[in-house]
Structures are given as C-alpha cells and as structure tokens.
Design a protein around this ligand. Structure first.
Ligand SMILES: [Zn+2]
Length: 321
C-alpha cells in the first residue's frame, strides 16, 4: 500500500490553500487557524494485492477525492481525529518507473485540519514525520486481468493475480472509478521488525474474488461492502447449485451400480455394497458402474449366444441399465 511520508516541519497555508479550503469550511479560515499537510493516496504501481490503478483512474480519483474526509485511526482510546482533502493532483515522479516500465504517477492530496487543543498532539506527531499508512476507499467499475483483459468483477478468467503465466505476471488493473468514499491513516509501528500494517480497503472488496475473500477471511481481514457481499452470496449460491447437481448425479450412479450388481452378483450383501460405494469419488463410481456393466454382460451372454446378432443386441440392452 501507499505510505504517506508527511514532511516534517510545517509550512503555513498559502492564500491559494485558504481559498481552496474555504470551499469546504463554513467560514473562511485564517492561516493560523488551519493546519495543512500533503499525503499520497494511491499510485499506478502494483500494490500487495497485485492491483494497480491506471493513469486515467488516478485522474478521475483526483476529482472524486476532493472534499472527502479522512480519519486518523491511531488513537487507542478510540478518539478519531479527522482531516479533509481540499486539493488533489496526479504527480509524476521524474525518472521513476512503475512495475510496467511506465512513468510512475501518484495521486497526491493536500488535507487540512482546524487547529484545536484536542488535535495539538496529533499535529506534533504529523510534524514529527511519523510515517502512516494511508488506505483509500473507492469503487471502480472494472478490474481487468492484465493478461486477457477480462473484467474480473463480471467474470473470473481463471488467471490468478500474482502468478506468472509464460513469464508474464498476472495482476489486476483498476479502471473507471465511480466514487470515492473515504481515506484513513493507520499508524505504522516505528520498529522495522513490527512489519507493515494491512489496510482495509473497501475498493478491494469491490474487486473481490472468492479466492481472495477466503485468503482474507483466514487472515481475519475480510471487510465487505454491500455489493461485494451480494456477489459473494451469488457465488456461494452458484456453488451450492453445482454441488446439488453433482449430488444428484452421484445418486444416479449409485442407483445404476445397485441394479447392475444385483444382476451381476446377486449374492452381494446390499449393506456391504453401500459401505463400499460411500467413500468412492464420482469418477471411481463411474469406473465401478462400467465394471458392473461388463460383468452383467459376461454373466448373461451365454443365454443369448445362440440368438441372431440383431436380437442379441436388443437382449443385451435390457441389461444395460
Ligand atoms: Zn485473465
């Protein structure tokens, strides 16, 4: 994910900043009343979920994120501080390339807070250059496979993000953002060994595949919005239907084996047959059904040996249940 490196040392808000802020505040604020800081919301590089925004998506998000409120989810007492974005811009970093070898671009935002006694400590923290992780929430219309172009949100293509196919990495391109909801800061522990905190992005849920949902559930990180939950429910319903159909097919196969066994090996104990069929897979049951069919034919063929070929066919058919 993206790390917001907040530059240490405060620079007072300029006149242009104050005018931009005035569009979102109830009254025009004076420079000494506000605290402003820049942050990076997202970029066109691959994130740890093997997803990246297209350049066009970043431009659209720059419009959508203006005026959006973010929270500092850092206070163990649960006191949430908020800040609001008053300006966004997509910035290219000269000389840096993203994973596709294209110029690296990031969506940079500037946010403000009204100075109060309650947020004085937080402002000191930000000024101290504490690195925080930013998580953004937005919805995108399509998340396409980098290999085949399929929109994963509509139909899974079978390619798995993060895997290589013929030397080419599969990832998901996030396109056409339709809405931006929120952004938040999560404090990253200062010790390097403490690792990186994982952010919970609503946008991930929107491009959620069943595989990822399971992986996130295992890590205790699954957060779903209504649409993603609906898609997941649909997927589970489809699986249940498939398994119901598979169950019916299995029952048909077992029935076929029971009848053929009765003909081929009448001495077979039915309970024993049930017990031996139970652990078999569907393809093993198919094999057994075919074997029983052969035995039925073998057992009854002497009876029809003298019959003309044509009749023999039809006689045998009676046993091919
Ligand atoms: Zn694909």
């Amino acid at each position: 994910m993206n790390e917001a490196k907040i530059t240490a040392g405060e620079s007072p808000a300029t006149q242009a900043d104050l005018e931009a802020i005035a569009r979102y505040s109830r009254r025009k604020l004076a420079a000494e009343e506000v605290y402003t800081f820049p942050l990076v919301l997202c970029d066109n590089d691959l994130d740890r979920d093997q997803e990246c925004f297209t350049d066009e998506a970043l431009e659209k998000l720059a419009v959508l994120f203006c005026g959006k409120t973010g929270i500092f989810d850092h206070d163990p007492r649960g006191e949430k501080q908020t800040a609001r974005i008053y300006r966004c811009a997509v910035e290219e970093e000269p000389g840096r390339l993203n994973h596709r070898g294209e110029p690296y671009k990031a969506l940079k935002a500037w946010a403000y807070m009204v100075r109060t006694a309650a947020n004085a400590d937080l402002i000191l923290e930000i000024d101290g250059g504490i690195k925080k992780e930013v998580s953004v929430g937005c919805s995108v219309k399509s998340g396409t496979c980098s290999l085949c172009g399929a929109n994963r949100k509509e139909q899974p293509c079978g390619h798995q993000p993060g895997k290589k196919y013929g030397g080419k990495l599969c990832y998901t391109l996030l396109k056409e953002p339709t809405d931006a909801y929120e952004w938040s800061f999560v404090a990253v522990p200062a010790q390097p060994a403490a690792g990186v905190t994982k952010s919970h992005l609503p946008r991930k849920a929107l491009t959620l595949t069943p595989e990822r949902a399971l992986a996130e559930m295992e890590r205790g990180e699954l957060h779903l919005d209504a649409l993603a939950a609906l898609n997941l429910r649909k997927h589970i319903a489809a699986l249940e239907r498939q398994s119901e159909e598979a169950g019916r097919y299995r029952e048909t196969l077992c029935e076929c084996i029971r009848r053929r066994t009765m003909l081929a090996q009448p001495e077979m104990n039915p309970a024993l047959l049930e017990k031996s069929m139970a652990p078999l897979t569907v393809s093993e049951l198919e094999e057994l059904a075919a074997l029983m069919e052969k035995q039925v034919k073998k057992r009854f063929s002497p009876m029809v040996q003298t019959a003309p070929t044509g009749e023999r066919e039809s006689d045998n058919r009676a046993f091919c249940i």
